[in-house]
Design a protein around this ligand. Sequence first.
Ligand SMILES: [Zn+2]
Length: 107
Amino acid sequence: MGGIDTASDVTGVLLLVWIVSGSVCGVIAGTIAGRKNRDSLGFFLLGLLFPVIGVVAAILAAPGEPLPPLGMRAVTCPRCNTRQNVNAQLPNYECWQCKLDVQLPVA
Ligand SMILES: [Zn+2]
């Protein structure tokens, strides 16, 4: 028979398929995670190492909370449970939903 090492050829093809599908799935998982305000780099790496699992995990992941703008802090009203961004410098805020005056804990 010829000098072609079939076993290492198959291994090489499988490795190539893994790298290609891992890169594609990594990008998909990272994009899905990014849209959900989740760690897109972490999901990219997960998709890269475990192609199908990473994408499924990104799809199933619960959406993260959006980050408040600079100088604001995200708070949840203790009465009506409304989430809102308020000035981080102020010691209190008035809930826009139920008009409750809420004291903020000192950061
Ligand atoms: Zn409220």
